[in-house]
Design a protein around this ligand. Structure first.
Ligand code: ASP
Ligand code: MG
Length: 457
């Protein structure tokens, strides 16, 4: 059986992490499974490459070079610790030379186009996969490193491109069929592909999950395993709720809601191709192998509880006063969405009546001050800060069941807390409730006790 194993930044980030990967890989060989490894850059390296580009462009070449040296040393030291320095040097010296020349080039012309930025940022994965390959080879494993030039992108832009699946399928066949037939496990760079002109194009930040999904689908494999530094999806934040537990199985929609509200385990959109093809995605912890993690699938086995997880995030709650202006509701709504699009502000949980429109925005978004300034020109508003949205996720199969919302509201009332805003989407998967942040921990604990732990009556 063939499985795609994707390893994130922390799983690639240290010699210890790489030894963990080796033992995961070895146990799969012992079980007779064929693994295809897709890897992120070592943790933090992509950000450093981004910084290097900015510095070189802004006449700070010596700073950029210092940072380059530290990226280089981090890989060299890890190679040393793993006893593979000569192997790694043989693989990576030319690459490091290219990177150095690229940085000098940017520093010379003082310009960093999106195209060059994509090329620059691809070096993290190209280095990390060479390091891992050197180590796995030293351990006697049949592996080969591949740059993911066979992931063919649509050419929309260089930073967050989409994948052209039919072209990619063909290109993957051409490159990987023979090694796979010969029992070789490819170690493949995540995060980027190449466009029609064979120029490197990124798949967006965190894009290695997407790379893993693409490979899973194109190779006709059923299982994608995303190896990270958490145990999977949890029923609540364990720092708040000590009874919080790992969710063994979860549907795709439910996982997507949870990722948006706090549990940033993965980018749900990126794994959609696997789910649509009837495949399954496991979230596993590289540093806790005895834990079986969370399975994300289209059809999880029916759950016995009404709520599977509760998460939260901090927001500002804003209410527009439509009576104070000459524009009508339609016009205000249109302008509000325009503004949120232009300034890349996520607007959540809208509730509208004739006199007022309320909504929430995450309170740590970069453009928030700018957004609020523009908003005040559009319409008078009242803002309530220090609020939390609590996201209560039910399994999709509880749709139509009576009494869940009732139980949620009763629980909150029993905690002596006032609900300031709420919404439920028509799938009934997510209920969103806004309360003052100072009481949100108390509410989450109580909801967890009453709804997540106790079975449906
Ligand atoms: N290294 C890339 C990033 O940090 C891609 C990934 O890790 O998924 O965004
Ligand atoms: Mg990631």
């Amino acid at each position: 059986m063939m499985k795609i194993l994707k390893f994130g930044g922390t799983s690639m980030g240290s010699p210890k992490a790489l030894t963990q990967i080796e033992s995961i890989f070895r146990s799969r060989i012992e079980m007779g499974e064929q693994s295809i490894l897709v890897c992120s850059a070592m943790s933090g390296v992509t950000n450093q490459l981004f910084e290097i580009g900015k510095m070189a462009e802004k006449r700070r070449l010596s700073h950029a070079m210092e940072l380059f040296e530290s990226v280089k040393n981090r890989h060299m030291e890890a190679a040393e610790a793993l006893g593979v320095r000569p192997y790694f040097e043989a693989y990576a010296t030319a690459l490091l030379e290219d990177l150095k020349n690229l940085i000098k080039g940017i520093g010379l012309i003082l310009e960093l186009s999106e195209r060059s930025k994509a090329y620059l940022m691809s070096f993290g994965e190209r280095l990390s996969t060479r390091l891992l390959t050197a180590y796995l080879k030293k351990k006697g494993h049949p592996v080969e490193q591949f740059d993911s030039t066979f992931i063919k992108t649509a050419g929309k832009n260089f930073i967050k491109d989409e994948v052209d699946l039919p072209l990619t399928r063909q290109a993957i066949d051409a490159v990987l069929t023979t090694p796979l037939q010969n029992g070789i496990s490819p170690v493949i760079t995540g995060f980027f592909g190449t466009n029609q002109e064979s120029v490197i194009s990124l798949l967006g930040r965190g894009g290695s999950d997407y790379s893993g999904a693409i490979l899973t689908v194109c190779l006709g494999a059923k299982t994608l395993e995303i190896w990270t530094d958490v145990d999977g999806f949890l029923t609540a934040d364990p720092r708040l709720v000590k009874e919080a537990n790992i969710i063994q199985q979860i549907g795709f929609q439910e996982a997507a809601e949870l990722c948006f509200y706090g549990a940033k385990v993965l980018h749900p959109k990126t794994i959609r191709p696997v789910i649509e093809k009837g495949g399954e995605v496991y979230i596993r912890n590289t540093f806790n192998l005895s834990n079986k993690g969370t399975l994300i699938t289209q059809y999880p086995t029916p759950s016995e509880v009404a709520v599977i997880s509760i998460s939260s995030k901090k927001v500002d709650m804003i209410t527009l006063d439509l009576f104070g202006i000459t524009l009508n509701k339609r016009e205000v709504m249109a302008d509000l969405f325009q503004l949120s699009k232009a300034l890349e502000i996520n607007v959540d949980m809208i509730a509208a009546s004739e006199a007022q429109v309320s909504f929430c925005i995450e309170n740590d978004q970069e453009n928030r001050p700018h957004f609020l300034k523009k908003l005040s020109i559009l319409c008078p508003y009242v803002i309530k800060k220090n609020r939390s949205v609590i996201c209560i996720v039910s399994p999709a199969d509880v749709q139509g069941q009576i009494g869940i919302a009732g139980k949620i509201f009763t629980t909150i009332a029993e905690s002596g807390v006032s609900v300031e805003m709420y919404s439920q989407n028509a799938s009934e998967i997510a209920q969103l409730i806004v309360v003052k942040s100072e009481v949100s921990d108390k509410v989450i604990t109580k909801l967890h006790e009453n709804l997540v732990i106790r079975p449906i009556e």
